[in-house]
Design a binder for this molecule. Structure first.
Ligand SMILES: [Zn+2]
Length: 319
């Protein structure tokens, strides 16, 4: 397995490696492995089906599973934390840090499973996520906003970042001026890079999307003046001031699109069509050469989830 796994790893500085979790398509979702002074942490885990990749990465890096101290789940959406329970079983000494609003869902995942089946349907759910294993609460850390933990010689600050989800935190690596942002800083697929220039877009997945909270959380991340941010979708971005500005503009553009069609009888269809057109327009400005078919292949799942999230936000009446 280690022969194949090296193609799924991307090494960065400061002991950071992105591991492809093999979710849906290559380079869609990453788990980040951080190694410091012989100790290790995973930031996000992918699904239960990602476990072989994570363990193979440890083996390749010559890290004993007993030397993994932390499993940091930025939020409890299943492409980020679905595999946390299975992973914890393989790591005898690790603790799992979960946001106060997410902890009970990982300890008792039935509601999480039901929610995902509602979005994806039963068959697709099994295909995407495998079996969700509960996590023993005695092995959890439920961090307050700003709580600090140690990994080897470095300290991580865990900050609550609502907007994408109320159960979301980000991991600030204070010693290296880096941040692991989960979904808070949006999505930047490497497929959209043009001459190394990164493309960013928000993810407004059900059920907690809140545009102004999300923009404030982006500002809070930037207040640390990070050198690089590591996104679950996908890995390192560096052109941070431009990306932060575009991210906030695009969050507000999605919210405006929702408001504009809030009363339309075919609201869902309008949102999907116009969101795709909007993203495609931004890709044109970015210089992305891919044709319509490729854009649909890369964007359709996000357009679907984003539209569902915006509709729920409109239905909550907070728009
Ligand atoms: Zn998410």
């Amino acid at each position: 397995m280690t022969g194949n796994i090296s193609r799924k790893l991307t090494d960065f500085d400061a002991g950071i490696t992105a591991i492809d979790t093999d979710y849906v398509r290559p380079r869609l979702a990453a788990s980040h492995l951080v190694v410091d002074a012989g100790r290790a942490a995973f930031v996000d885990t992918g699904t239960a089906l990602s476990l072989p990749n994570l363990l193979a990465a440890l083996e390749l890096k010559d890290i004993d599973p007993a030397d993994v101290d932390w499993v940091l789940t930025t939020h409890v959406h299943l492409d980020h934390a679905g595999g946390a329970g299975a992973l914890m079983k393989a790591l005898p000494n690790a603790r799992c840090a979960v946001h106060p609003r997410g902890a009970r869902h990982l300890a008792e995942p039935s509601k999480l499973i039901a929610g995902s089946i509602a979005v994806y349907g039963e068959e697709r759910f099994r295909e995407l996520y495998g079996e969700i294993v509960p996590i023993d609460e005695a092995r959890m850390l439920v961090p307050e906003d700003g709580e600090r933990i140690m990994l080897g010689s470095r300290s991580f600050e865990l900050i609550h970042t609502p907007g994408h989800a109320l159960h979301h935190y980000c991991v600030v690596d204070l010693d290296h001026d880096l941040i692991f942002s989960g979904d808070t800083f949006g999505i930047s697929y490497r497929d959209f890079d043009v001459d190394g220039r990164e493309f960013i877009m928000p993810t407004t997945t059900p059920v907690h999307f809140d545009p102004e909270a999300l923009c404030s959380s982006v500002d809070r991340l930037m207040s640390y003046r990070p050198r690089a941010i590591y996104l679950t979708h996908y890995a390192e971005v560096r052109d941070l001031w431009r990306l932060a500005g575009e991210m906030k503009d695009r969050v507000r553009a999605f919210a405006d699109l929702g408001r504009c069609h809030s009363q339309a009888p075919d609201r869902g269809r309008k949102l999907r069509t116009e969101m795709f057109a909007m993203l495609s327009g931004w890709l044109d400005e970015h210089g992305f050469p891919g044709d319509e078919q490729k854009r649909h292949w890369l964007l359709d799942d996000d357009v679907e989830l984003n539209s569902q999230g915006i509709e729920l936000w409109l239905d909550r009446g907070s728009a």
